[in-house]
Design a binder for this molecule. Structure first.
Ligand code: BGC
Length: 775
């Protein structure tokens, strides 16, 4: 017996009340809808309509066109400024200098007929000037507050600089670490992804759209982009409806429930229909089913891509089909793809679009401008910008975030934390140990390298004068095989030490031998991950593996710090300790030193499973049980089937014990909630954090369900000996899912297993029944 949702059964009526929450995967830990904007809807609409009534078709098409304004591309900015002055641009992206934003805004407001200010947008992904750890690292904190606080700081800096809108968070689920953009999201899990999505939206936007010091948040890329074939960026995506609804859409729904004012459409085709021309996705799901009220922007040039995808017949047709699918604003790139929204006036004259269709998109963009207060306060307060960008408190937030994101993967014999009073010398080795630019990670453009603390600098500052710290890059980080546009941007080049590997590698090994211990900082350069940075290998680039093995062979204690945002294959190398430090941001080196020397204990957990080899990909923990489950480890004849480190895994300097797992109501009716509690005890000898993770497993029902699914988590700090009772509530939202059997949401009458512990392999278990009880 099951309850179908969105279908006309009698039981569905009772179920509808929680149906929307189900899609969000919402529970106590996820999104709370943002409070309403103080401006009444009717007033905002009336103001927008009054403007629309005065606009020509060309001004309307311009209002829903966003141009890149890239000063370092000769002639590009001049052309854009001419469009702005003619009232044919609604928004600009890629300007971050407050004075330049102010100057451009003056053109829009002072020179144009209708004086409509521009929306200034930018990819404020993990900070503007103060750089937070990369988003996947923040997900590894398993602490939505880290995400919210970091994006609040990012929003404050961006808004003070004159920006109004960020293309973030990226909420695409990523289950293939070859895909470079895994760094921008929250990893493989929809529940963790939904919690991080909502927290980031809250941080960016504040209590309502237009909150002072905040931005419009634009979750992206709608939808399915993370499932690119072969992990190759921009490649097609083919997802079953079950995968789409249960795995890829929940973070978007959570972001929208948290009040996101914008959505960005994706580049690729979803099941053969380009996402940017996909009316089912952009209108039926986004607006009709989810009630999204904001505006939708394309990814850069994605409306023109309707032609590239061999979907539209001409640029004119591409504009028409994007608009009619539900795209409000076209993001028009600086090269390679002419604006297709420029053709809209022609389409209007020819009758292929209606005035109502065009006005709907224009209205949504104007509403955003009105709500953001642009008509009252279009310009930038340059003094305020300077003050906010320099706020030392922002750097404190960045350091604290980095401390909470590190994931300790190995710690043989308690090698970490290091004792400054016992160690006399440390060799810090590796091409990423002293690279400020790499420490920040990709997708940052307005940072300050001078205030960035590298791992070497952090260790030196923390170790004190009694510990000798020597440094060698060891080997050179190779260049990318295919350079990208991002490498040409000012400030993007890493000032990394270039060495002759033949002489430097032996010098580094000799240094390791002559020191009490070695800290090796290895991984991928920041431009080896991110957009257009997929890899066909998980190996350490260049000769880093050789360096790693040679340093381990010295027999001295070795701590490896991995600067990466995807799992890497270290070929069974077994350093004493291994910690994933991600790209930890502006104060990354300070945070890492605090972790190494035990000022704080690592408490991060993997937001994805870490495969043994690339051949295991994809390897999500939430798999379905299948024929001969006992042979799951033997599905490859040459390799174990399980990951090297499971999803949710991460060690601490302390130890924890879970006990007393209780389901308060072992029998519930469909539609009822199930309270669950568990005791967590710090059994070690230092203050430390643990993440209690709750997984469910449905034993039978309308569809087969994964062996485990995350449905609750809480990160807690406990003193030695302290026990805390943690409570979760499994609502009908957590117990329901989309079934392909009936093409609807369903809550089955069935038996559930519950597992609670500190990874997806948690052992403590109990069960409860849904539907067998009669109240
Ligand atoms: C990316 C988007 C980004 C946009 C603007 C695109 O290439 O896919 O995520 O927001 O550029 O920079």
């Amino acid at each position: 017996m099951s309850i179908q949702i969105f279908r006309g059964t009698r039981r569905a009526v009772a179920a509808v009340a929680f149906a929307f929450a189900i899609i969000a995967g919402a529970n106590a830990q996820s999104a709370q809808p943002a409070a309403g904007n103080p401006l009444p809807d009717a007033e905002v609409s009336a103001r927008a309509d009054a403007l629309i009534a005065k606009m020509t078709p060309e001004e309307k098409a311009g209002q829903i066109t966003q141009y890149f304004n890239i000063a370092f591309i000769p002639g590009q900015s001049e052309g854009v400024q001419a469009e702005v002055a003619a009232g044919r641009a609604g928004s600009l992206l890629f300007v971050t200098d407050p004075a330049e934003i102010d100057r451009l805004q003056h053109i829009a407001v002072d020179k144009t007929r209708l004086k409509i200010p521009l929306l200034f947008a930018f990819d404020v992904i993990h900070g503007l000037r103060t750089i937070m750890p990369v988003p996947i690292a923040v997900a590894a904190s398993w602490d939505p507050k880290v995400a919210e606080d970091g994006q609040r700081v990012a929003a404050a800096e961006a808004r003070a600089s004159g920006l109004h809108w960020t293309f973030a968070p990226m909420v695409d689920i990523a289950r293939d670490p070859r895909w470079g953009r895994i760094v921008e999201g929250a990893g493989e899990d929809p529940y963790l992804g939904a919690a991080m999505a909502a927290a980031q939206v809250r941080g960016f936007q504040g209590d309502y759209l237009g909150s002072p010091g905040h931005l419009i948040s634009g979750p992206k890329h709608f939808a399915g982009y993370g499932a690119a074939l072969g992990g190759r960026d921009y490649d097609e995506v083919d997802l079953s409806d079950s995968e789409l609804w249960n795995t890829y859409l929940p973070p978007f729904k959570a972001a929208i429930d948290a009040g996101a004012g914008n959505i960005m459409s994706a580049y690729m085709g979803l099941n053969g229909v380009p996402a940017t021309g996909n009316r089912w996705l952009l209108t039926d799901v986004l607006r009709k089913e989810w009630g999204f009220k904001g505006f939708v922007v394309t990814d850069a040039g994605a409306a023109y891509d309707l032609l590239t995808h061999e979907f539209a017949s001409s640029t004119t047709d591409a504009g028409v089909r994007a608009l009619q699918a539900g795209i409000d604003m076209e993001m028009s790139p600086p090269f390679g793809a002419p604006s297709v929204y420029k053709m809209l006036p022609q389409s209007l004259a020819g009758g292929t679009i209606t005035t109502a269709e065009l006005d709907t998109a224009v209205r949504r963009v104007l509403v955003a401008k009105i709500r953001m207060g642009l008509f009252e306060k279009p310009y930038v307060d340059l003094k305020q910008a300077k003050r906010v960008l320099a706020d030392p408190q922002h750097r404190v937030v960045s350091r604290a975030a980095a401390e909470r994101t590190a994931v300790l993967l190995r710690n043989e014999g308690g090698l970490l934390p290091l004792d400054k009073n016992k160690i006399k010398s440390i060799a810090v080795i590796g091409p990423l140990a002293d690279s400020a630019r790499d420490t920040l990670g990709p997708w940052v453009f307005a940072h300050d390298l001078n205030e960035t603390v590298t791992v070497l600098a952090g260790i030196k500052a923390s170790a004190g004068s009694n510990v000798r710290v020597d440094y060698s890059p060891g080997v050179t980080m190779p260049a990318r095989f295919h350079p990208t546009f991002f490498d040409t941007m000012p400030g993007s080049a890493a000032k990394r030490d270039e060495v002759d590997d033949a002489s430097e590698l032996p010098r580094a090994v000799a240094m390791a031998k002559a020191s009490d211990m070695t800290v090796l900082v290895l991984g991928e350069a920041q431009n080896m991950i991110g957009e257009l940075a997929s890899r066909s290998s998980l190996d350490l680039p260049g000769r880093q593996q050789e360096l790693l093995e040679a340093v381990i062979a010295t027999g001295k204690p070795v701590v490896v710090l991995l600067m990466t945002a995807r799992p890497l294959d270290l070929k069974n190398s077994k350093p004493g300790a291994l910690m994933n430090i991600w790209y930890p941001g502006t104060k990354g080196g300070t945070a890492v030193a605090n972790l190494l020397f035990g000022e704080v204990s690592p408490g991060g957990k993997l937001p994805y499973a870490w495969p043994r080899t690339i051949g295991q990909i994809p390897l999500p923990y939430a798999q379905l049980r299948s024929h001969q489950p006992k042979t799951a480890e033997e599905r490859y004849q040459n390799e174990l089937g399980s990951p090297l480190y499971p999803f949710g895994f991460g060690l601490s300097y302390s130890t924890f014990e879970f006990s007393n797992l209780k389901v308060e109501r072992p029998m519930v009716a469909p539609g009822e909630s199930v309270p669950v509690s568990v005791d967590v005890r710090n059994t070690g000898s230092r203050d430390a954090d643990e993440v209690a993770q709750l997984y469910i497993h449905q034993r039978y029902g309308s569809s087969a369900r994964p062996v485990r699914e995350l449905k609750g988590f809480q990160r807690v700090t406990l003193k030695p000996g302290e026990t805390r009772t943690i409570r979760f509530t499994l609502t009908p939202a957590e117990l329901s899912y989309w079934t392909s059997a009936m093409h609807s949401w369903v809550q089955d009458e069935t038996t559930f297993d519950v597992y609670v512990g500190n990874s997806s392999q948690a052992a403590l278990t109990t069960t409860f029944e849904v539907g067998k009880s009669k109240r």
